[in-house]
Design a protein around this ligand. Sequence first.
Ligand code: GLY
Length: 367
Amino acid sequence: MIYQSTALHFDKQSCHIYVGENLLSQPDVLIPHITGHQVMIVTQDTIAEHYLKPLQALLSDYQCDVITLPQGEQYKTIEQWLKILDALIAHNHERSTTLIALGGGMIGDITGFAAACYQRGTNFIQIPTSLVAQVDAAIGGKTAVNHATGKNKMGVIYQPSCVISDVNFLKTLPEREFIAGLAEVIKYGLVCDATFFVWLEKNMSALLAKENKTLQHAIATCAALKAQVVQQDEKDLGLRHILNLGHTFGHALETANEYQVILHGEAVAIGIALATKLSAELGWLTSKDVTRILQLLAQANLVKTVFDFPSAADFIRTMRQDKKIHAGKLNLILLKSIGVAVKTSQVSEAQLMSFLENEKKRGVISE
Ligand code: GLY
């Protein structure tokens, strides 16, 4: 059953986002978005185990090939990307083919990048199975692979023709990954919707219990908020940067931990806590707001994982390599208030260095 359907319209194409439950049992959701007579599903074993058969059953009228990739952000590499292209060539896929990403953010990013490059661009569908991907990664067309020096260094913006987010997928998601996804959900309240932040404060227990209606409301709200931002700045040239709240810090943590110890959402949660405290240091957030934000992160069981917090110097070095640095200036996304994020280059490297040194000493979640 579809709970919400949102359409994003770009110059040459549209992207439909469906949020609901049992969406793979409804052919009229997926099938209208398939072009040509061939489909390549890109997935992972743990996802295939649960959802590949129902998807293949829906696609019985098509030449339907499957490639499974190893699990984990550390495999979002140019080598795995090439495997997708090799499989498309080996199975004689034509330019009219459709690539379907069935999995979390890593599968969506690498499949989208393969779709953008195969024969200069094929149709592409996102079926995100993780919370991070349903509320953020699968929407807006960011596709990429990682480089040894940092995350998402190679990629393009390439829109899927649709995104199908089924809340029932989250029932088989490992608990740690579900919790990590809550960081991105909280981000949307902080960045652009104070009312949604208040809703989250009231409904976090129901979300943690994976109550279907609550999940659908949260995912549909994040999808609609992201759609509004992406619609205004598809190419990520200005406004869209606010969606990177917590990400510049987070990517530095992920890179320092080689993508293995810390999940993307966990790194974003720590990044949000750091951005919150730095915003307060600039006098933008009140101490009451800081407490509310840290409490919500704690209520969601975030910012608790043990991981390697790099030295302030290493942190800044990795942040400098992050592609969000322009003209040598470290641009940070910080909060003016709950619901209002801004991009600033007003924090000096020295100020950031001493802030990070203090945070390393006192532990990020403490007030
Ligand atoms: N994840 C942030 C964006 O898509 O712009």
